[in-house]
Ligand binder design. Sequence first.
Ligand code: EPU
Length: 359
Amino acid sequence: MMLVEKNVPLQPFNSFGIVAKALTLVRVSSEVDIAAVLQDAALRAAPKFILGGGSNIVLTGDVKSLVLKVEIMGKRLVSETAKAWIVEAGAGENWHELVTWALQNGYPGLENLALIPGTVGASPVQNIGAYGVELQDRFDSLDAVDLTSGQSFTLNAAQCAFGYRDSVFKHSSMAHSAVHGSDAQGFGLAGKALITRVRFSLPKPWKPVLGYADIDKKMLQSRIDAPDALQIYEWICDIRRAKLPDPKVIGNAGSFFKNPTVSPEQCTDIIQREPKIVHYHLADGSVKLAAGWLIDACGWKGKSVGNASVYDKQALVLVNRGGASNPVTGGEVMTLAKAIQTSVYERFGILLEPEPVVV
Ligand code: EPU
């Protein structure tokens, strides 16, 4: 039986801990629940917002769209070939629990992505990534339901159009963009499809992904030069705990801005002015700059607007310093974000792009 809930508090369902309500919310634990929503004329016609773990959103007010809270569970090995283990998980599963489960059951390959907050269903939406691995490197396929027709479909990696913290699920369709005038690409599945299950391809034989400064440091300190997957998992957990705030303790949405990419010419110009700028050369010749460094260089660490603060150990993360009792508002987060954008733009000529979805 589908339960339509009204005026549901969303504070427990977003990792910033922002107070807002869903005017209408339906929990989806299987395809049957989606079919029930689509059989109801009013719900079928309503614009929809899909809520996973709420760890990459900024709520700026009550959500008027129908909120579909994804609670599809299950984890299993689907198949094993000479080249890979194929592991499948329900979209409502917690991401870190999947990483842990996979390792414990002998399917390594996700360890660099340990402790990323959020759900399995959200992981392809923003193509999560950390320490040299992106979701797209371990992705096999996903199942989704078209929220207009009710049809189920499967997408492979190419069809997901993965980019840096980006996929087809972050873009609205042509009709939608014509109304909002915001999305030049004109394709997309944001609000149009609900991801139900994701399959991961974990390559055999397992090979460690090393080469990040933080991991190199762990190798030197521990004198382990051939770490196994569990060792890397533990290192990644340590590194993240040391530098990123635990959303259960201090509300946040992970990195608030994407690391910007600039042309080699722009980069030469910036390096001449700012020799210490942290940057990485990409395969296509462009250069990625560390947004955290840019923000830090502008002196933002620890600064606040109301209860929104720049985290003092990682300038790329904005946090709720008011806790659950006196929580930050979406407006405060966005005011702080805009002030940061302005100051980074004035000093470096670079416009930072927010990473979370602003609702
Ligand atoms: N830095 C500073 N000051 C700061 C923050 C960073 O100088 O306040 C410098 C660091 O010293 C380092 C560089 O900037 O040299 C990069 O910092 P870090 O290694 O912490 O990584 P990041 O670029 O800030 C990205 C991802 C993280 C991911 C880490 C590790 C993005 C937007 N963020 O952060 O992802 O965990 O790399 O791979 O790509 C997320 O997306 O929510 C997220 C946490």
